[in-house]
Design a binder for this molecule. Structure first.
Ligand SMILES: O=C(O)c1cc(C(=O)O)c2c(n1)C(=O)C(=O)c1cc(C(=O)O)[nH]c1-2
Length: 255
């Protein structure tokens, strides 16, 4: 019987140390992170029209607004108060605290700036079915898998800051409807994401102690890269190829 490899593009040899795990995680990012997706290349290269950028921001709102729910699931997995204290910052980053409005509000500044109605964005009515399925799968994953896998699935954030730099520069350069004010969400993440990613990386390096556990960490990261990738596939299919699913956002109705 043929043994089917788990991954065709990633080295699948046993991971004997924390350093080998770290190298493998970076290999996964280099090969599978959504910075490589054609929709992102179009977004950052100024190749989308305003309606297509609106569709991206509208769909991404569902991801943004689900992240604190996802992180509340992660918190609920830990009896260790120190981990909860550390992880709680992520919920505060997105939901805000007194005197700081938080990431969800900053995302709504972006959708406002793009001319989308707030109530429509917050209703999530117009998002693609694939966005909802992918994001919900992420929240379910962290609720159901081991706490180690739950933390590991956040590791895509290791690769986010570089993408955010590219996005800020590319979108400001190419679109007259984008201003520094509406890109504030991404500017803020440049400080937050490295702090979060380093905590998660150190956690998995310390707590994945066997080759099997290290492999589970890699699989959680691969799962997450897929969560991100399919959202862009769906956007591309709907708004670049033009196959908008019934009931989803139609730019011409929100011009
Ligand atoms: O714009 C992006 O490409 C991007 C990617 C990711 C990511 O890699 O998961 C996150 C974010 N942004 C982000 O803004 C964010 O708050 C965030 C939280 C998480 C997470 O998994 O807990 N990922 C991401």
């Amino acid at each position: 019987m043929n043994v089917v490899p788990t991954w065709s593009d990633i080295d699948d040899s046993p991971l004997e140390s924390a350093e080998a795990l770290e190298r493998r995680l970076y290999e996964i990012g280099a090969k599978r992170y959504h910075n490589l997706h054609p929709f992102h290349k179009m977004l950052h290269g100024g190749k989308l029209n305003k309606g297509q950028v609106q569709a991206w921001a509208l769909n991404r709102y569902y991801y943004q607004s689900s992240i604190p729910i996802k992180d509340a699931h992660v918190l609920s997995r830990f009896r260790d108060r120190n981990i909860r204290l550390e992880w709680r910052k992520r919920i505060e980053d997105h939901d805000g605290v007194a005197g700081d409005e938080g990431g969800i509000e900053r995302w709504l500044v972006l959708t406002d700036g793009l001319g989308l109605d707030r109530a429509y964005v917050e209703s999530t009515q117009g998002i693609l079915p694939a966005t909802r399925f992918a994001v919900d799968a992420y929240a379910n994953f962290v609720a159901q898998r081991t706490p180690l896998e739950a933390i590991a699935s956040s590791l895509t954030e290791l690769f986010a800051p570089q993408l955010h730099e590219e996005r800020i520069a590319g979108m400001l350069e190419h679109y007259d409807f984008i201003s520094p004010k509406v890109m504030a969400y991404f500017k803020r993440r440049l400080d937050q994401a490295p702090r979060d990613a380093m905590f998660a990386l150190n956690y998995v390096k310390e707590h994945a102690r066997t080759p099997e556990e290290r492999k589970a960490v890699c699989e959680a990261l691969i799962f997450k890269t897929n969560v991100l990738w399919v959202q862009l596939d769906a956007l591309y299919h709907a708004y670049v190829c033009g196959h908008i699913p019934p009931g989803a956002f139609r730019p011409e109705e929100h011009a």
